[in-house]
Design a protein around this ligand. Structure first.
Ligand SMILES: Cc1ncc(C[n+]2csc(CCOP(=O)(O)OP(=O)(O)O)c2C)c(N)n1
Ligand code: SF4
Ligand SMILES: [Mg+2]
Length: 305
């Protein structure tokens, strides 16, 4: 159903009763919610699995954008390849679906050529930290004036659940059938050390906080990075027997000691099996600083003239 037809239905009210439903109460379809204004209806249905954390984060992104913008004509969304990267195709804005691991290179060129655009890169932990890891640290080092949102589901979702550089120790994946023996990256701290001037971490479990740091990142001048913990129900969840999408969200909450204590007494909470153990992660704004952006530094050196 298109946005226009939704609006038309909402304005006209319910269709006439058919004999089968005669007598039953019918309600008009609700008007589209604010964040749905920015959906590309022609791209529906989307390809995300039921319960996938990426959908929760994507909806939160749209909600944050709709709280700030009437239209998205001055924002360009750039993504690589992966289930996370795929979501930019569903935003009604300027979008660029690039090659695996390279969204930051396309985005850097775009920002230098069209400085008036706000550029937002959406990447995954495989896209941004494996094949694209080198581009990520250099974009941070150069302080390119853009926002990068990295959806970290600790696995390669799109290609069948392979080990990623973010997979937690002990986790089973299709390429670590004995359990992961490697030490994962701390994406946020890596990017901070490389020179990013705004770094935050959020969870799909608490979307309001994600929306807040996402908007702050958009306002920041320089390389802003938001790592958002999400869950792949199909591969990470099933392979590690962590339950369904809701169970996975609870397991995210339990890496925060304060929330864990609050949830521990609730009988509805399904116990998370002991392996793999999710590490306690710092959330919120982890770093904020200011220094010349790549375009400013180029102008100062005469390279950009
Ligand atoms: C050059 C190249 N190598 C490998 C692939 C296969 N590939 C596509 S997506 C992907 C991993 C994506 O993982 P991530 O970025 O974490 O996204 P997720 O699906 O987990 O959201 C891989 C290896 C590719 N498309 N191109
Ligand atoms: S494979 Fe995993 S990451 Fe990809 S859409 Fe399904 S649940 Fe989400
Ligand atoms: Mg991933």
């Amino acid at each position: 159903m298109t946005l226009e037809s939704l609006e038309k239905t909402a304005a006209e009210g319910p269709p006439p009763e058919s004999p089968a439903t005669a007598g039953e109460p019918t309600l008009p379809e609700p008007p589209p919610s604010a964040e749905k204004r920015f959906l590309r209806y022609g791209m529906m249905p989307h390809m995300l699995c039921p319960g996938c954390g990426h959908g929760i984060v994507f909806e939160a992104m749209l909600r944050a954008l709709s709280s700030r913008y009437e239209q998205l004509d001055d924002i360009a969304f750039v993504a690589g390849i992966g289930c996370s990267s795929r979501v930019v195709g569903y935003v009604d804005a300027c979008t660029l679906h690039t090659t695996h691991g390279r969204p930051l290179t396309f985005a850097t060129g775009l920002k230098l050529a069209r400085p008036e655009l706000k550029v937002v890169v959406v990447t995954g932990d495989g896209d941004g930290l494996s094949i694209g890891g080198n581009h990520l640290i250099h974009a941070a080092r150069r302080n390119v004036d853009l926002t990068c949102v990295l959806f970290n589901n600790e696995i390669y979702g799109m290609t069948g659940g392979q080990l990623a550089p973010t997979t937690i120790p002990g986790a089973y994946t299709s390429t670590s059938p004995q359990g992961n023996a490697e030490t994962p990256f701390d994406a946020a701290r890596l990017v901070e050390a490389a020179g990013a001037t705004y770094v935050a971490r959020a969870q799909s479990y608490r979307t309001r906080e994600f929306e807040e740091v996402f908007l702050q990142a958009l306002d920041h001048r320089g390389f802003s990075f938001v790592e958002v913990m999400t869950d792949c129900t199909e591969y990470f969840g099933r392979t590690n027997r962590l339950g369904n999408g809701a169970d996975l969200l609870f397991s995210q909450a339990r890496v925060e000691p304060a929330i864990d204590a609050d949830l521990a007494g609730r009988s509805t909470l399904q116990e998370v099996p002991p392996r793999p153990v999710r590490p306690v992660l710092e959330m919120g704004v982890l770093h904020e600083s200011s220094r010349p952006t790549l375009d400013q530094a180029m102008k100062l050196s005469g390279a950009g003239s």
